[in-house]
Design a protein around this ligand. Structure first.
Ligand code: GLA
Length: 416
């Protein structure tokens, strides 16, 4: 029996699944090339921005020198278009020799030397989405071995150019193949996005056993419309999606586009706040070399990051959709704390929104609310206090709310 048949057999044995790599107990944080740099492979015309080892080294420098790594942003992730158009004579994937002259192992070393981790991209199928060599079923083990030998720490496994049967075999097979390398490699599966993202086509409890995270839905684009449509899809389907998330296994609504061209500052705060509520990966796709101070402040907000990285790992939910186009989101956190996000989908002027914590299902008691983006604390709240927040159009107010009976607690507990 060949390797391929053995793999097929194992893929079919019940109970033989189980990623169990102990990774990503909180959602991954880092930087990924795709949304901002796409498949720009013309390094002669665009040497600064083309997909090349220089781009990833530049981003690793920024992550390690500009305070990102200390906040948890640790993965530097290559997406599509890194490969040579042909596999090597040994059948292995190889990087484009002009754009990655030092090879991936060398790049991994550069990244590891800076206390960071390397992510790479492959595709379950005959070709990647952009037409580079794919990982057909007979190549799954070889590619896993190759990535491990290079020192890769994270694999995004896309699903272009394969059918549902190949995918149903290939994704669990890659999970096992990664485990068998003995190297801890976080595993991001795009499978649900290719199956419509919802049960019964997608079995999320099964997926939670074989993948650390998964793309469920459309690719993010550089616009508020795109952020809104992703948020709305996850919220509309939250009964199916929210229970699927937890330590080691996360829904992935795609990259943070904060710092690019499509979002206002209010919209950028909204993406940060809502991705924190959704326990989403905080994976930026922007140019860290030219990021504005405003964008940096949002992405480096320690309380928003602390909410995202809460160790209970419970994904939040949309609680309310008001007729006035205000939505309220909630996520339960450690130490009986909670995150609340008030989102305005209005297009007129800052809106004064009134509510009480009791009306948002809080228990009786006294609370304080730390406003994550203004840095102000609101004291003396009880469950029945009618509070008012002023929410900018396509903006948010985000609160970290904690009971005062747990004395001496503050937002500092979250960020220490
Ligand atoms: C798919 C994925 C994107 C990106 C591209 C690359 O569309 O969903 O995130 O990886 O492929 O071609």
């Amino acid at each position: 029996m060949g390797y391929f048949q053995v793999f097929l057999l194992l893929a079919l044995i019940p109970g033989s699944t189980g990623l169990d790599n102990g990774l990503l107990r909180t959602p991954p944080m880092g930087w990924m090339a795709w949304e901002r740099f796409r498949c720009d492979i013309d390094c002669r015309k665009d040497p600064t921005n083309c997909i090349s080892e220089k781009l990833f080294r530049d981003m690793a420098d920024r992550l390690s020198e500009d305070g990102w790594r200390e906040l948890g942003y640790e993965y530097v992730m290559i997406d599509d278009c890194w490969m040579s158009m042909q596999r090597g004579s040994d059948g292995r994937l190889q990087p484009d020799p002009d754009r990655f002259p030092g090879g991936i192992a060398n790049l991994a070393r550069y990244i590891h030397d800076r206390g960071l981790k390397l992510g790479i991209y492959a595709d379950m199928g005959s070709a990647t989405c952009m037409g580079f060599p794919g990982t057909t079923l007979d190549k799954v083990e070889l590619d896993a071995q190759t990535f491990a030998s290079w020192g890769v720490d994270y694999l995004k496994f896309d699903g272009c150019h394969s059918n549902a049967i190949e995918q149903s075999i290939g994704y669990p097979l890659m999970s096992k193949a990664l485990n068998w390398t003995g190297r801890p490699i976080a595993y991001s599966c795009s499978l649900p996005a290719y199956l419509g993202g919802l049960p019964p086509n997608v079995n999320y409890s099964y997926l939670g056993n074989i993948c650390n995270l998964w793309r469920n839905y459309d690719d993010i684009e550089d616009s508020w419309a795109s952020v809104k449509s992703i948020l709305d899809w996850y919220s509309t389907n939250q009964d199916d999606l929210q229970p699927a998330a937890g330590p080691g296994h996360w829904n992935d609504p795609d990259m943070l586009i904060i710092g690019n061209f499509g979002l206002s500052l209010d919209q950028a705060q909204a993406q940060m706040a809502l991705w924190a509520i959704m326990a989403a990966p905080l994976v930026m796709s922007n140019d860290l070399r030219t990021l504005s101070a405003d964008a940096r402040a949002i992405l480096q907000n320690r309380v928003a990051i602390g909410i995202n990285q809460d160790p209970r790992g419970i994904q939040g939910r949309r609680l309310l959709q008001e007729l006035g186009h205000i939505e309220v989101y909630w996520r339960p956190l450690s130490h009986s704390a909670n995150a609340l996000v008030f989102l305005s989908l209005r297009q007129d002027m800052p809106y004064l929104y009134r509510n009480s914590l009791a009306n948002l299902n809080f228990p009786a008691g006294s609370f304080e609310a730390y406003d994550v983006f203004s840095g102000k604390t609101l004291s003396g709240l009880t469950d029945h206090t009618i509070f008012t927040v002023s929410i900018n159009p396509s903006g948010v107010v985000m609160w970290y709310v904690y009971p005062v009976k747990h004395s001496k607690m503050s937002h500092q507990d979250l960020i220490e």
